[in-house]
Design a protein around this ligand. Sequence first.
Ligand code: F0G
Length: 456
Amino acid sequence: ELPFAESWKIKMVEPIRKSTREEREQWIKEAHYNVFQLKANQVYIDLLTDSGTGAMSDRQWAGIMMGDESYAGADSFFKLKETIQRLTGFEYVIPTHQGRAAENVLFSYLVHEGDIVPGNSHFDTTKGHIEGRKAIALDCTVDEAKDTQLEVPFKGNVDPVKLENALKEHGDRIPFIIVTITNNTAGGQPVSMENLRQVRAVADKYGKPVVFDSARFAENAYFIKTREEGYADKTIKEITREMFALADGMTMSAKKDGLVNMGGFIATRKQEWYEGAKGYCVQFEGYLTYGGMNGRDMNALAIGLDENTEFDNLDTRIRQVQLLARLLDEYGIPYQRPAGGHAIFVDAPKVLTHVPKEEFPAQTLTIELYLEAGIRGCEIGYLLADRDPVTRENRFTGLDLLRLAIPRRVYTDNHIAVIAAALKNVYERRAEITRGVRIAWEAPLMRHFTVQLERL
Ligand code: F0G
């Protein structure tokens, strides 16, 4: 049998540049030891996020040239709507400029002060749009997700018992249940079809609707096909239809599985939600047939959604993430197991065992990896967790991870080998890394974007 290879070839390239350790020492200091403050050209391999950083196909670029920029009723909108209807079965579509905008528009209609919105780990903007309305985002993720070394196939699942308890206790305060597919915060971990069915059953029992935060829905479908019994012979498109049949609506950041650099949407089968949310789209985003997107971008998105619900494209991507995981296994570097869809999440306190939690191990590891090779990862840990809104204490209860997010169709397996080797170098000198960072300045909310740090 022949070895595996990518399901595409490369037509256009973009140069990237290495730097010296001295340069990086200077740059990261100027950035207050916060990688968000670095200039992109100070980065060699950029794993900050897989959001909006992917490469479009020649077909998508052709779609860009054919965009209909009419203010109302643009052809590109109807092309996008038809694609979303076909892939999800949802009749109503509202385009938005990105995922958090979809949340803002839909939640403006659905979420009110005092509400509780249960689900698996809410993404920060999702949580922000709930808490910003003086409501509560209640995390009902399975406990397995907290043990990074536990190898279970669907670590992103909702715990149906926790969910049902929430509904029993707070039923009248719950406007809907939200399930994030894949579960980014828990490590890009998928949610099984069986679990989606369980959530639907609990929702039906208590008469509640279900929303999917669908940023990485295609990767979720890939894992259902490859890991869940009964799905091996189904196509990705069949699986996505089956997934969405279990929800009432979705919010979408198209910057991930839509394979575009900017874009998002809401889709739903509920006319009432469409009618209720559409005014907020006009108010915050734009008229209903563009809602924050150019016509050309809607074309590219329609094509991207179709491409990324084909098995070969997903297989190429996920295998690359799994390659990084295999190399880390070889070097003994601990990460959230098994490898998720879009990233590897390194378990920083297990690597930097000498750095106390008060000195932010995952952020320290992020800085070390940048210094080592100019690779930019992202802390998904104690800094990102913000302070407790009541006690103002740092929240050290969750995981403290370094996320290495892999952009779609951007880097080659050689880059993956460099990433793994750089991390290995840091890992080998981990005993010498005994101090972390201290906060010099921070914003009251979502501090990780702007925080200024000092090295200890
Ligand atoms: N939901 C999930 C699961 C996400 O991962 C994101 C963004 C959003 C919603 C918000 O979408 O960025 O288009 O407004 N995640 C990015 C990340 C930023 O790096 O994981 P957006």
